[in-house]
Write a protein that binds this ligand. Structure first.
Ligand code: MN
Length: 318
């Protein structure tokens, strides 16, 4: 099975799935290098979260549950490990005592990733991490399109006076010009807020906000057709997926759960619907293993990350 030019997973018939390396998808690990097309990166941060903590354990838990993910998408027919050189390029050494310093460390780390032309697929970590990632990617790609799946809009101006934490990041991203609000779609927002204005700041700047109620009880494939029309095929596009966008019945292991969210099939439709855009990076954030008693949230996260790999441009279908 090692005759492919690209890194392949350690197979379940070569080493039992409960043994062997602890890397994502049982792929080889690697330094940051020009040889890598897509690098999987862990950011074990939880000091930017406002309610339950625990996302510091997310990357390790998602890697652990990823042992069951195989190399071929049975429905999409996608074969990402025959398409790209993918490797687990490790974790970011954040300073767990200092959020602002951690944000700087993350940006500097992704500057190195971008210098090697690696497309990053990140496992969080709380949602704060998307801001320094977008800052680093913006230096290479300019203003990007953004698809943001989340129970929350994450557009607060400040929380407890802090301008940079997991609930403020997309206001900062728009203010700093990292993303084009006219090419930004938020999906899955719901439940309770402080006032009817909570989602309005983004809408007023041209963001398309698709609340969870608009998604209930139907396929999201038509929505994703509209999303692709809004974004187009050329504009560098980032996907940020907060696991709390999904209903806590499917994904209970998270810090700020809200009822009546997206289903697992809808999550797949969203990520698969990104195929056809110029996806240049993605993240999966807010998995909190201490609240994930069955491991199902991490298992789902690992499968969603596989689907992200399948949605990068050039991923072969066979
Ligand atoms: Mn979020």
């Amino acid at each position: 099975m090692k005759d492919n030019q690209f890194n392949q997973q350690l197979g379940g018939n070569e080493m039992p799935r409960f043994g062997g390396p602890g890397t994502m998808f049982r792929l080889p690990d690697s330094d940051i290098s020009n040889d890598i097309d897509i690098g999987i990166i862990g950011v074990p941060l939880d000091i930017g979260a406002s309610n339950r903590s625990g996302t510091r354990f997310g990357p390790r838990a998602v890697r652990s549950e990823s042992v069951l993910v195989r190399p071929y998408g049975m429905y999409t027919k996608a074969a990402p490990f025959d398409s790209f050189q993918v490797a687990d390029i490790g974790d970011v050494a954040i300073n767990t005592f200092n959020l602002a310093e951690s944000i700087r460390i993350i940006e500097a780390h992704y500057d190195r990733v971008m210098a090697c032309n690696i497309k990053p697929v990140t496992v969080g970590g709380d949602h704060t991490i998307s801001l320094p990632i977008l800052r680093a990617l913006h230096k290479k790609h300019g203003k990007m399109a953004l698809v943001h799946v989340d129970a929350h809009a994450d557009i607060n101006d400040a929380m407890f006076g802090e301008k940079e934490c997991h609930g403020t990041i997309f206001r900062r991203a728009i203010e700093e010009g990292l993303v084009d609000p006219a090419r930004m779609i938020q999906i899955g927002q719901r439940a309770t807020g402080y006032s009817s204005d909570d989602f309005q700041w983004a809408i007023d700047r041209g963001v398309r906000v698709v609340q969870a109620e608009e998604c209930w009880l139907k396929s999201l494939a038509p929505l994703m057709t509209v999303v692709r029309e809004i974004i187009g095929e050329e504009l560098p596009t980032y996907l940020t997926f907060d696991i709390d966008g999904i209903d806590p019945a499917y994904a209970p292991g998270t810090g700020t759960p809200e009822p009546a969210g997206l289903t697992t099939p809808q999550a797949l439709e969203i990520i698969r619907g990104m195929y056809g855009t110029n996806l240049i990076g993605a993240d999966l954030v807010e998995v909190s293993p201490p609240y994930d008693t069955s491991g199902n949230t991490s298992l789902l996260a690992a499968n969603l990350i596989f689907e992200m790999l399948c949605s990068f441009p050039g991923c072969v279908r066979r």
